[in-house]
Design a protein around this ligand. Structure first.
Ligand code: FAD
Length: 664
């Protein structure tokens, strides 16, 4: 084929699965020049991952895309645990019915299921709303080189990626496995569900963007390889290897509209019988997903993949019926199915020269038991993208990029350990212990709750070294900000969750927990901080082209909102923006009325903050608590910011020093 002219881009994303689309949305929000390519001709049309968990939902919500996903997804209701006794002929019985352990006290029911394609579509909506790029379909990378002499200056384009726009005739069938069962038992191929959204032809009809049959050379500053378990990008980088084992776990998966007498068919169930292990997950559109783990000793040669003409979905249904005995299950409509062998592996590192980064399935493989794949994958790129943007905007020191591996690889390893733990407990053949099952689900819920405890690094402060954890015992440094306190807007008295104020728009935040401001001396002390904080806010380059500042300052006090007025505050806490006008939503109280605050729901009580000493909390652009101190610790906080941020003057100097320099 012919060759098009070379082009330049700051970030090239390879792969448009959930991890790639999260990167696309975040970079679009941050106004970074980027492109995204995918070798397939459509988004995922059905099947594959389907479970989403609390942190993912909170992240979607911070981009404003959760409402639609919530509307069309299936929420987790009750949970059933089924097992078997000595008498195999009697089949399975219900051991426990209840809510999923560890999820009892969530503010909102935030765990649910929906198939991966609709999640990709939801993320695509978020990209469109921000004017970001569409996925260039039918485009695959064919050659990757990196000029190591150029990697030290972040403005260089050291990566050269050749990509090929395939011929439409070469695109794999957007085959989905959807079918119906006819009267005579034969299977008739069907189109999958016509979905509630994400039906843009660009997403669901096989096509090639770019000129078919041509090759293009792209010069990029950074590459994000999110091209799935068989990552092409990873295979180009000899220093990156998957470590761990390809386990013996073989899973059959079906999405069906079930016809059954099993009583818990609309509950999430974990079932163990003499015949094997089954995970049942209620889904959108009246579907249920069955994960059948074939018994130990099931040989690879027995696994019929669907390219094998002998392959049949009835193998999975047969196994499911054996496990469900004395109940039976069948269907007329099947939306998707597959059979696959699970590996438990993690990449030894996820970056190459701090220029090429891998994320998602390209760096970790595990079983579907915890339903975490799609979640952790999106959280990977959510973590990476604001760091890349900060470096590209000359706001963050390039060494911040090292914290991507430091933070995400332990999460991946932890996930694989959890997977092993779950396998041991859920598959314990004899005497499965209910308490143990509850324990592993609680452990799983840590992944579902405010997870990702990052150890101290360049962008996570350290207790005792400038930061002081005891100033806010309920806000652990390195943990996602917990969605547990209710505060009331000073402007209109509306209750709101603290977390919901932390939108994903690249802004860092200093949360000033001011204590009891009905006490005039305390109010004067907090007001006196206004000038210092204003100067800090103006010290570093802004979060994106849409923002004036890098930092948003939010103030929380423990008094009833009626005890103070806006006019009592320094203008730093009640700012007027040049372009946005006055922002009325920066001050919140722990009590919305005239009564004293309820300590069990208000922010100071919940986050363990003293009403005199107060607290300064720094939250990163990815909703992670990064630094904790008292109101008196402004010096230490400023020093901490200075350890990894580039002040405006210095940023300007670096920029002008480069003019006419090494840019290609
Ligand atoms: P992916 O979703 O795999 O996305 C990778 C993207 O990169 C794809 O769009 C792909 O087309 C593209 N790509 C790949 N190679 C190239 C290339 N060379 N050039 C350009 N683009 C490329 N998880 C579960 O929880 N439950 C399941 O039942 C389940 N079943 C699965 C079944 C299959 C067949 C597969 C492949 C995965 C399954 N997963 C399942 C895993 C789940 O899909 C992933 O954990 C999750 O989607 C990770 O997101 P990702 O963006 O990292 O990778």
């Amino acid at each position: 084929g012919s060759t098009s002219p070379d082009s330049h881009v700051d970030v090239l994303i390879v792969g448009a699965g959930p991890a790639g689309m999260m990167a696309n949305m975040h970079l679009s929000e941050l106004g970074i020049s980027h492109r995204i390519i995918d070798h397939r001709g459509t988004r995922t049309l059905n099947g594959r991952a389907d479970g989403f968990h609390v942190p993912t939902v909170e992240i979607w919500d911070s981009f404003g895309i959760y409402d639609r996903i919530e509307k069309y997804s299936e929420r987790f209701g009750q949970w059933g645990l089924w097992t078997f006794g000595e008498d195999a002929a009697a089949g399975i019985y219900r051991q426990h019915l209840g809510s999923i352990p560890g999820h009892e006290n969530l503010r909102l029911p935030k765990i649910g299921t929906m198939h991966q394609g609709m999640i990709e579509a939801g993320l695509g909506d978020g990209v469109r709303a921000r004017g970001g790029p569409v996925v260039e379909r039918g485009t695959k990378p064919v050659e990757l080189t990196i000029d190591e002499s150029l990697v030290n200056d972040p403005t260089n384009y050291p990566i050269i990626m050749k990509v090929h726009h395939v011929l439409k005739s070469e695109l794999p069938d957007a085959w989905t496995g959807a079918h119906s069962v006819q009267e005579d038992g034969t299977l008739k191929p069907e189109k999958g569900f016509v979905e509630a959204f994400g039906t843009d032809p660009h997403e669901i009809e096989n096509h090639v963007d770019g000129t078919e049959g041509t090759t293009e050379t792209i010069h990029a500053k950074y590459v994000i390889g999110v091209d799935g378990a068989h990552s092409w990008v990873r295979r180009q980088l000899p220093d990156l290897k998957m470590e761990g084992e390809n386990s013996d776990q073989v899973f059959g998966v079906v999405d069906i509209q079930p016809i059954t007498n099993f009583p818990d068919i609309r509950r999430t169930c974990s079932l163990l019988s003499h015949a094997g292990f089954l995970l049942l997950i209620p889904r959108e559109n009246g579907l249920v997903r069955l994960y059948v783990q074939f018994p130990e000793g099931y040989k690879t040669s027995d696994v019929k993949d669907r390219n094998n003409e002998k392959a049949t979905v009835s193998d999975i249904l047969k196994a499911a019926n054996e496990i469900l005995y004395p109940y039976t299950i069948g269907y007329k409509y099947c939306d998707w199915w597959t059979i696959y062998r699970v590996g438990q592996r993690v990449c030894n590192k996820a970056s190459h020269l701090d220029r090429i980064f891998l994320a998602g399935d390209a760096t970790h493989a595990h079983s579907p038991k915890g339903g975490q794949g799609m979640n952790v994958s999106q959280q990977d790129t959510y973590n990476l993208t604001w760091k890349l943007a900060g470096v590209l905007r000359n706001q963050l020191s390039p060494s911040v990029l090292k914290t991507y591996d430091q933070e995400r690889l332990p999460i991946a390893r932890n996930l694989i350990e959890l997977d092993n733990d779950m396998a041991k407990v859920l598959l314990a053949r004899a005497n499965r212990d209910e308490a143990e099952v509850q324990r592993v689900y609680k452990r799983l819920s840590k992944f579902s709750g405010p997870i990702s405890t990052y150890k101290s690094n360049l962008v996570i402060g350290e207790d005792g070294k400038g930061a002081r954890q005891d100033a806010a015992t309920g806000l652990p440094i390195g943990l996602r900000f917990p969605d547990t306190a209710t505060v009331y807007s000073q402007a209109d008295g509306d209750p709101t969750s603290t977390l919901s104020l932390l939108k994903s728009n690249g802004l860092w935040r200093v949360l000033v927990f001011a204590g009891h401001l009905a006490d005039k001396a305390q109010l004067a002390k907090v007001d006196a901080m206004g000038e210092r904080l204003k100067a800090l806010q103006q010290r570093y380059p802004p979060a994106s082209a849409r923002r004036e500042d890098f930092l948003e300052i939010l103030l929380f006090h423990s008094s009833p909102i009626s005890a103070v007025e806006f006019s009592d505050f320094h203008h730093t806490f009640f700012p007027v923006h040049e372009t946005l006008g006055r922002n009325y939503f920066t001050i919140y109280g722990d009590s919305g009325g005239v009564k004293e605050a309820d300590k069990t729901t208000g922010s100071h009580g919940v986050y363990g903050i003293g009403e005199k000493k107060g607290a300064l909390i720094v939250v990163r652009p990815d909703q992670v608590t990064a630094w904790v101190g008292e109101l008196d610790d402004v010096d230490q906080m400023e020093e901490w910011f200075a350890s990894f941020m580039i002040a405006k003057d210095e940023a300007k100097r670096r920029d002008s020093g480069r003019e006419g320099g090494t840019k290609i």
